[in-house]
Design a protein around this ligand. Structure first.
Ligand code: F6P
Length: 494
């Protein structure tokens, strides 16, 4: 089997200084890490990425953090300026908001683009140093869209490697993408990959529309879900590959004795109440204020809900150094305070709010114990929390309220209750619908969702992507025959 080389901004853990010569290692949060980690654990390979600290990387703590990984880890160092301009800057103040249709949140600071290119070039150098001709190079996500171009600009034999890319976040429609000052340069860079994977058909459609509009004359050949772009005498394949989760690992974890006990304890703390769960990274794209406003509206308009429903909202700290994220936390805090101040009684507090990540057992216990999952991103590449919730509902109970703008809606839509996160009243009505839904209907819906999440799991995702890439550059499709194992998932956060 060819070696798999994963290249992403994040390694699956972050190092942090806790004083002179003292370091902490924490699992990284986010969909990318939680999906890719079990795959590399199962198949082995190399992961090239950044360990989350600016400046020199301490070798001892790094060796400690990667000792039992089961794959090689190649760290890429960023200076403080690069962290600020590449990671916080271009990646998270330009691409992230723009690709989530929130162009008003963008800071199109010109200095960010050279930093983005410079760091992508460093990743290209790391690939050149570590890859062999037969390796499968798989670059991930919006931080590294320039890597293939940087590799091709380096005139070594390595630039004949087949290069593949997967975008974990959405790709915006043309009218939004057109705001990006570097729109042409970015598309040109993306077209240096040989295979481009997106989460959904919607993202593929948007991408192709942008190519047609920004680069007129570029040939796009489409047949059904297969698309090929002819560009600079090369063929680039485009496809959608909805990312999944390690279903078995979630299901088995949820059935364990420890999780069963924790979920029973959780349930017992809220007698006579239905529990509704929201779980997100701290991010303005997740629709948390909209969700809280919908819950407030439901409590106002439907008094039967009072003392009968509790919303457990978990917010995992993320990118707090970016001012907008910090301000956003203030908004959530105020809304939670407002709802609890207005509706609490001596025996009932409507919103249970945790601003921290839960450990794995606790998270699984929450999935098992909560009657309703309420996930309302304004836009989301996939939203793996929705899939994790289904995988953990081993009792086949539980209702899922899901934003129609989450990638997962494309797969779960017949059975999830889809909502428009901008429509607070519709969301409030949907909470009530979920609250009143009969156990029989919940089971029918949950069974079907579980079937889908089980089938289109993370190994299915990786196999379909590798198969699509298997024939690039004359590769043999046998090179990526499946190897199943007992993958374990260590860091799970949405
Ligand atoms: O899944 C989307 C994603 O942006 C990942 O690429 C990223 O690793 C994760 O969310 C968490 O964000 P960050 O790496 O900025 O902490």
């Amino acid at each position: 089997m060819n070696r798999l080389i994963i290249v992403s901004n994040r390694l699956p853990f972050a190092l942090d200084s806790a004083g002179t010569d003292l370091w902490t290692v924490t699992p990284a949060v986010g969909g990318l890490v939680s999906a890719v980690e079990p795959v590399l654990r199962e198949r082995g390979g190399t992961w090239i990425g950044w360990p989350g600290i600016a400046g020199k990387i301490p070798q001892g703590p790094l060796a400690e953090a990667t000792r039992d990984a089961g794959y090689n880890v190649v760290p890429v160092a960023l200076s403080e300026t690069e962290r600020d301009e590449f990671y916080y800057g271009y990646s998270n103040e330009v691409i992230w908001p723009l690709f989530h249709d929130l162009q008003n949140f963008c800071n199109f600071e010109p200095a960010y683009w050279p930093a983005y290119k410079q760091v992508n070039e460093r990743y290209a150098d790391a690939i050149i140093r570590n890859a062999q001709p037969d390796d499968f190079i798989w670059v991930h996500d919006y931080h590294l869209m320039y890597v293939a171009q940087a590799l091709r600009e380096r005139s070594t034999s390595r630039n004949r490697l087949a290069l593949t890319f997967f975008l974990h976040i959405p790709f915006p429609p043309y009218d939004i993408f057109a705001k990006l000052p570097q729109q042409r340069r970015l598309l040109h860079a993306l077209l240096q990959f040989d295979l481009l994977g997106f989460q959904t058909r919607r993202d593929v459609r948007n991408f192709l529309q942008c190519v047609r509009r920004v680069m007129p004359g570029t040939k796009v050949l489409s047949r059904g879900d297969t698309h090929v772009i002819r560009f600079e005498k090369r063929k680039i394949r485009i496809g959608h590959f909805p990312i999944g989760i390690d279903f078995d690992s979630f299901e088995n974890g949820a059935k364990s004795e420890a999780v069963t006990q924790r979920s029973q304890r959780l349930r017992a703390s809220f007698p006579d109440c239905q529990l509704m769960l929201g779980s997100d990274r701290l991010d303005y794209s997740k629709g948390i204020p909209e969700r809280l406003r919908a819950f407030r509206d439901a409590l106002e308009r439907y008094p039967e809900m009072r003392s009968r429903v509790v919303l457990i909202q978990i917010v995992v700290p993320s990118r707090v150094e970016i001012p907008r994220y910090h301000e956003f936390k203030g908004r959530i805090d105020r809304l939670v305070g407002d709802i609890n101040g207005r509706f609490s009684t001596s025996t009932w507090v409507p919103v249970q709010y945790h601003f921290r990540g839960l450990d794995r057992e606790d998270l699984l216990a929450h999935y098992r114990a909560c009657d309703i999952a309420f996930l309302t991103p304004l836009k989301d590449g996939m939203n793996l929390v929705a899939k994790e919730y289904c995988a953990c509902r081993t009792d086949e109970d539980g209702a899922l309220i899901l934003s129609q703008f989450a990638g997962a809606a494309e797969q779960l839509k017949p059975d999830a209750l889809l909502v428009n996160p901008y429509d607070v009243e519709q969301m409030a009505d949907t909470i009530v619908k979920a609250f009143r839904m009969s156990p029989a209907e919940r089971t029918v819906r949950m069974k079907r969702m579980r079937r889908m999440v089980r089938k289109e799991n993370v190994f299915w995702w990786v196999d379909s992507f590798l198969k699509a890439g298997a024939t690039l550059g004359g590769r043999s499709s046998r090179a990526f025959e499946k190897r199943r194992g007992s993958a374990t998932l260590q860091s799970v956060k949405a």
